[in-house]
Design a protein around this ligand. Structure first.
Ligand SMILES: [Zn+2]
Length: 157
């Protein structure tokens, strides 16, 4: 499972889901790996394919200590491996995609998610996606916007 060629999907590596800005240890536990595979297979890889350009994970798995350090919700799905934050950075030919453009693509592609959040530029400009398997229950398809002025509101596209 930890062989160098083992990957969670076509376009992603395990280490990308261990990235943290906190400086704390954040090694993926075995229990989180199947959930990350699920998230990559059903959402992140298809999105990456459709966009045809890199999708950069800014926070995937979070150890409980990392989640506390970033003031994550106690019910956050990140410590389970069932959520990821990411953005679509500029390429040599194209500007970065805004989180709203990315959210729109996810919806237009009909990709599955439990929660989808678009953060405005002053809130980081990234997207949050949460996804779990059918064993956990139905997907809420909860869509939210984190606007520049703060707070969080439901988004009905
Ligand atoms: Zn998140």
């Amino acid at each position: 499972m930890n062989s160098p060629i083992d990957k969670p999907g076509q376009h992603f590596e395990w280490w990308e889901f261990e990235v943290t800005s906190t400086g704390l240890p954040n090694a993926l536990p075995a229990a989180a790996r199947p959930h990350i595979r699920y998230l990559v297979f059903h959402l992140l890889d298809p999105l990456r394919e459709a966009l045809g350009r890199p999708v950069v994970i800014t926070s995937g798995y979070r150890s409980p200590a990392v989640n506390r350090a970033v003031k994550g919700s106690p019910t956050s799905r990140h410590p389970l491996g069932k959520a990821a934050d990411f953005w679509v950075p500029p390429t040599r030919r194209q500007p970065a995609l805004t989180s709203f453009e990315v959210a729109r693509r996810i919806l237009d592609l009909g990709l599955p998610f439990d929660q989808l959040i678009a953060y405005a530029p002053k809130r980081g400009g990234h997207n949050h996606v949460g996804l779990h398997g059918p064993d956990v229950g139905p997907l809420r398809r909860d869509i939210r916007v984190a606007p520049d002025e703060g707070g969080m509101r439901k988004w009905t596209p």
